[in-house]
Design a protein around this ligand. Structure first.
Ligand SMILES: [Zn+2]
Length: 670
């Protein structure tokens, strides 16, 4: 039985708006969690929110509400994003949970009993704006290094943790455990930091200054300051109690994933706290880099913050997950820009993986009645041997190597997977099944080629599952596989030849349609992507070509140029009909999407529409609406939509378009 695997993200500050950085860490953790579950590890994946502190207190006061209510209100911003990104966390901790508070207080009492906590007068330079102390060496010309406002000297009595006492032990631990701090460059930074004498750590704030926190168990005038509250989440989430087996099972953590800015906090503060508590240290703390956007630091004032919600709506969760982990080695800084993102979708996903799936299934439909043929061993060549060798080494050697906790080479893992994608496409080019099909005596060889193409896809679905779970499921469906990705993959499935001959395949929609346009569409003028029932990928491919062109420069007072006008013939290309809603139900896990069955006179269609925020499904039944009937079908959250309903509104749906008089379903609208 493989070891239990426990992976964490940092807990995110509830006062932040989720951005690409949060998404990045959490996606990386999700890939590891999914991968380890697939390979049989008993896995626990924890993420959560840091809810205490000055900024939350202030925001709540400003909003005139209790800080707890404030936290409860903003928590869904993160939770919903994780749902959209298909994050498979097992635990979601909030530092305002009663069980977390209890564990923090118990840990503090434990250290206090051992005389590892003491009270002392602290004098430092205080910035009123940031509400924090700075040391002598931080302050520049009497100004706060952060906000550049004048600081004042202030004395305050506080509690301290005897961190300095553990300096030598920590240095030794880092020396002896190569994988404890990763990557290597960051490890060296911490070693450098520990060359200087380590100070004791201030762990409290007087309630007069900060009340929104966890009270010290031995002094009710104080709350504990951020580190003790936040870092302890990694053990409190396991309910660190002797009688609870989760702690025994999962601690020490296999990996804490952190941004590079908080590596020292974790490597030094957290490790010494654990030493004080006499608990083992995590096996690996892995620090990843930061994202810039179009070459610039991301900031609210620059207005270049990448909103993961927008990326998912526009390009789909899997494409976003793929790009973030493929583009930049984990541990290094990366730059996010639209062009390379769309470039990757088109080259790697549409032309690479998507094309391999689509052509393989087309060939099986055309030349084998939609069933996977039996390979004929007598006709195999070196080409098949190469496919087999590449696929088996990918699954058995390369993925375990690159996804080892001390490496986390996500980009290399994906490179290896796409090596097999490329080989699969080359295989079809070289063997040219459409030529073999013309020669009846080549039927055994044709069967072999079709089988090996499909088997390549089976191996790919297993390999990409951790990175792109929805795509893996889609490939599985279309290929008719019986794999269950949520359970450990059986040993035998890792071998070449797991695909059963005679399996019925079903060709579906392209998994990654090409994206034609590349201009920015994050502006306010853009309709929200799942508005009126076109899918993100569909929008990008088909309807977006006009929307995504740079907007014609419109000078005030000018009539729009002739470019903006269409002829009656162009308008008539769009077929509109009256449709009567027969049934309506919410799409699970979506706020906006509603699945409709619509009567169009001679036919009934299923339409997925983004009108769920405005309308309750039960109020839609019986309504007659306007349906675009010649739109290419698209998939939204895995559900096929065979058309679109019209509604008024831009970002938000204001009203469905309907009729003044009763009209029969199927009536043409013009
Ligand atoms: Zn300041």
């Amino acid at each position: 039985m493989p070891d239990p695997f426990y992976i964490t993200t940092p807990i995110y500050y509830v006062n932040d708006v989720p951005h690409i950085g949060h998404a990045y860490t959490t996606i990386a953790a999700d890939v590891m969690a999914r991968y380890r579950r697939l390979t049989g590890n008993d896995t626990f994946f924890l993420t959560g929110l840091d809810e205490h502190g000055q900024k939350v207190q202030q925001a709540a006061i400003k909003a005139g509400i209790d800080p707890q209510i404030y936290c409860d209100r903003v928590t869904p911003q993160f939770r919903n994003l994780w749902e959209k990104l298909h994050i498979s966390h097992d635990g979601f901790i909030r530092t305002t949970d009663a069980r977390h508070k209890a564990v923090v207080q118990r840990a503090l009492q434990n250290l206090s009993n051992k005389d590892l906590i003491y009270r002392a007068e602290y004098t430092g330079w205080y910035c009123t704006f940031d509400e924090r102390f700075w040391t002598e060496k931080d302050v520049e010309n009497g100004l706060c290094p952060d906000c550049k406002r004048p600081v004042e000297q202030l004395s305050e009595s506080n509690y301290f943790f005897r961190m300095s006492q553990f300096q030598d032990r920590l240095k030794e631990h880092i020396q002896q455990h190569k994988d404890f701090l990763r990557p290597e460059t960051r490890r060296n930074e911490v070693i450098g930091f520990l060359q200087k004498p380590l100070e004791d750590l201030s762990i409290s704030r007087p309630k007069s200054r900060l009340s929104w926190g966890i009270e010290l168990p031995f002094d009710s005038d104080y709350v504990t300051y951020v580190w003790f509250d936040a870092l302890v989440n990694y053990i409190s989430a396991l309910e660190y109690l002797p009688s609870v087996p989760a702690f025994e099972r999962y601690w020490p953590a296999s990996i804490h994933l952190v941004g590079k800015d908080i590596l020292t906090t974790h490597a030094v503060y957290w490790s010494t706290i654990l030493m004080g508590l006499e608990l083992p240290l995590p096996r690996t703390i892995f620090a990843h880099g930061w994202w810039t956007v179009d070459g610039e630091k991301m900031s609210k004032s620059r207005g270049n913050v990448v909103d993961p919600y927008v990326m998912v709506e526009e390009f789909g969760a899997d494409a976003f997950r793929y790009f973030l982990l493929r583009e930049v080695p984990f541990g290094q800084d990366g730059d996010f820009a639209r062009e390379p993102f769309i470039g990757r979708i088109n080259s790697d996903l549409a032309n690479g993986l998507g094309n391999l799936l689509s052509r393989t299934l087309t060939l099986i439909h055309r030349f084998s009645n939609g069933r996977v043929p039996e390979p004929q061993d007598s006709t195999t060549t070196g080409l098949e041997t190469e496919l087999k060798r590449t696929a088996e080494s990918l699954i058995r050697e390369k993925l375990p190597h690159h996804l080892h906790s001390g490496r986390l080479e996500f980009n290399r893992a994906l490179e290896s997977i796409w090596g097999l994608v490329q080989l699969g496409n080359q295989y079809i080019d070289k063997t040219a099944p459409w030529v073999l099909a013309k020669q009846p005596d080549q039927k055994p060889r044709l069967d072999t080629v079709l089988y090996h193409s499909a088997e390549t896809l089976r191996c790919l679905s297993i390999s990409i599952y951790a990175f792109m779970p929805t795509t893996a499921e889609e490939i599985k469906q279309q290929l008719g596989l019986t794999l269950n990705f949520t359970k450990p993959i059986l040993e035998g499935e890792f071998n070449w030849g797991g695909l059963l001959p005679d399996t019925q395949v079903t060709k579906g929609q392209p998994i990654f349609p090409r994206i034609e346009a590349t201009t920015k569409s994050q502006g306010k003028n853009q309709p929200s992507p799942d508005h009126l029932g076109s899918s993100p990928s569909y929008q990008s491919q088909a309807t977006a070509s006009s929307q995504m062109k740079p907007e014609p420069t419109q000078r005030p007072g000018n009539t729009p140029g002739s470019d903006d006008l269409i002829t009656i013939q162009e308008f008539e290309k769009i077929q509109l009909k009256a449709g009567k809603v027969l049934s309506a139900e919410r799409v699970p896990k979506s706020e906006k999407l509603v699945k409709l069955q619509v009567d169009l006179g001679r036919e009934q269609r299923q339409i997925v529409a983004g009108i769920g925020k405005k309308y309750k499904p039960e109020n839609l039944v019986g309504q007659t609406v306007v349906v675009v009937t010649n739109l290419k079908p698209a998939k939204l959250m895995g559900i096929e939509s065979q058309g679109m309903v019209l509604a008024a509104g831009d970002e938000e749906v204001k009203s469905l378009a309907t009729f003044l008089e009763e009209v029969d379903p199927g009536t043409k609208v013009k």
